[in-house]
Design a protein around this ligand. Structure first.
Ligand code: NDP
Length: 243
């Protein structure tokens, strides 16, 4: 592939875990890829170096998804450095586990802020710079279908909001042939699940959790031409957990 054929992607929350795997996969698929992070410049810089070593191009941008101005600045920097955007992936998300009796107002606001408002604002900021026929991909969760254990009510409501959001956005953006789809992973081996992998594997019909690369493969499909007739959909990739 020559440099002129390369495309541009922006991944919100791409320094590690599922987002990091998505960045690597998109680069392999021919995207010059910008990604945001908030607190781990070490992970972000290591990913940029790793991608450079395989001959790809990635740019790390510090931008808190809770800060609308930072989101807008991340989009502007991406467009400045890499040009108009072909695919935007909104992966940044946080998980706090607490049953309803102990969820604080601060925790409720923080999860709504990153997992719902931040997702919407990231897409809204990118839309003017997305090419016609482009792609919007969100990372929700299979908990939008079934929580499975106590303490996830707030996380569940945020991920259900993402699944609902993509339907309306798909209709808004259809006139520009921009598709909007949501991936709902099940338990995946990342820092978010540190210490719980054995327990989560035991609950899975396949007796294991996902590797981040298995979710990134679905990002790759949704970012490709192969998915061009799919929009407003949520794809649950959870090894059968919610069956
Ligand atoms: P990790 O905690 O491993 O990584 C989170 C990523 O998002 C990091 O790159 C982190 O940046 C970034 N991020 C977090 N908060 C912000 C913020 N405020 N602003 C910008 N970036 C931020 O998470 P996972 O890879 O496990 O999860 C990724 C997504 O997948 C989330 O939306 C999660 O809800 C969802 N998901 C995860 C599942 C799992 O089992 N792991 C299952 C189902 C869904 P930094 O490195 O700087 O902290």
């Amino acid at each position: 592939m020559t440099i002129n054929q390369r495309k541009t992607a922006l991944v919100f929350g791409g320094s590690r875990g599922i987002g990091g795997a998505a960045v690597e996969q998109l680069v392999k698929d021919g995207f010059d890829t910008a990604f945001t992070y908030v607190s781990r410049p070490d992970s972000a810089n290591a990913l940029v170096a790793n991608i450079g070593s395989i001959g790809g191009r990635a740019i790390a941008i510090q931008a808190d998804s809770g800060d609308p101005e930072a989101i807008r600045a991340a989009v502007a920097k991406t467009v400045d450095l890499l040009g108009p955007i072909d695919a935007v992936v909104v992966n940044a998300g946080i998980l706090r586990i607490n049953t309803v009796e102990s969820v604080s107002l601060e925790e409720l606001d923080m999860m709504l802020n990153i997992n719902v408002r931040g997702v919407y604002l990231s897409i809204q900021a990118a839309v003017p710079y997305l090419k016609d026929g482009g792609r919007v991909i969100t990372i929700g969760s299979n908990v939008a279908i079934s929580t499975g254990s106590p303490g996830a009510s707030v996380y569940q409501l945020t991920k259900a909001a993402v699944a609902a959001m993509v339907k309306g956005l798909a209709l808004d953006l259809a006139p520009r042939r921009i598709t909007v789809n949501n991936i709902q992973p099940g338990p995946t081996e990342t820092d978010m699940n540190a210490g719980a992998i054995e327990m989560l594997s035991a609950r899975s019909p396949l007796k294991r959790v996902a590797a981040p690369e298995e979710i990134a493969g679905v990002v790759s499909y949704l970012a490709s031409q192969a998915s061009s007739y799919m929009t407003g959909s949520s794809l649950t990739i959870d090894g059968g957990l919610t069956l």
